[in-house]
Design a binder for this molecule. Structure first.
Ligand SMILES: C[S@@+](CC[C@H](N)C(=O)[O-])C[C@H]1O[C@@H](n2cnc3c(N)ncnc32)[C@H](O)[C@@H]1O
Length: 179
């Protein structure tokens, strides 16, 4: 039997000190594909919103991108709603040591950083979790964390109201066009 369906939202803390439009787009696409409902970003541009909208219209689902004025408020509202705040950081506790505890919760706010993460985030988070104790990327950390939190159930997610649907094949590309 699969796990109960989880409700997962993502918060990305940090402004773009460098032009990392592709990273932000990849973060949104990974969050969507791996079963998150929405992502909160401190900075959005029209190109990013347009890319995510195009993907949603073609491939379905209801994933949303929200701009927020303050990460602190987003985080405290998530806590008020009863979401478990899981901050991903290489300095945290290895995910494999905490995954059992984490999976006993049903709703999460998964927090990832950008170039610099304020120290306060480590204090307010319910868990500081590492996906390996090595530096890598918020996109990779998010993918693994979403997979672990949902026990792999997200791999079977159906995206409703899509225009396109892949027919998985051993070789080649098969895509069904839906009306
Ligand atoms: C490129 S890193 C920059 C981290 C930055 N040096 C800092 O002040 O923490 C961006 C984000 O990727 C995520 N990340 C990178 N490596 C990670 C790891 N091993 N485990 C969990 N998250 C990681 C964290 O969310 C981090 O904030």
């Amino acid at each position: 039997m699969g796990l109960r369906e989880k409700s997962v939202r993502v918060l990305r803390i940090g402004h773009r000190y460098v032009r990392d439009y592709r990273t932000l787009t990849h973060l949104c696409l990974v969050a969507r594909a791996f079963g998150a409902e929405s992502i909160y970003l401190e900075e959005i541009d029209d190109g990013l919103l347009e890319s995510v909208k195009e993907v949603r219209e073609a491939w379905g689902g209801s994933f949303e991108v929200h701009q927020i004025a303050s990460w602190k408020r987003a985080l405290s509202e998530a806590k008020k709603e009863g979401r478990l705040v899981v901050h991903l950081t290489m300095y945290g506790v290895p995910i494999q040591d905490k995954v059992g505890e984490l999976r006993s919760h049903d709703s999460f706010l998964v927090v990832v950083g950008g170039p610099k993460v304020p120290g306060e985030v480590y204090q307010v988070a319910d868990y500081n979790i590492a996906v390996t104790s090595q530096p890598h990327s918020e996109v990779a950390a998010l993918a693994v964390a979403l997979h672990e939190l949902q026990g792999g159930e997200e791999l079977k997610k159906e995206f409703e109201r899509s225009k396109l649907k892949i027919i998985p094949s051993e070789k080649g590309k098969r895509v069904e066009k839906l009306k």
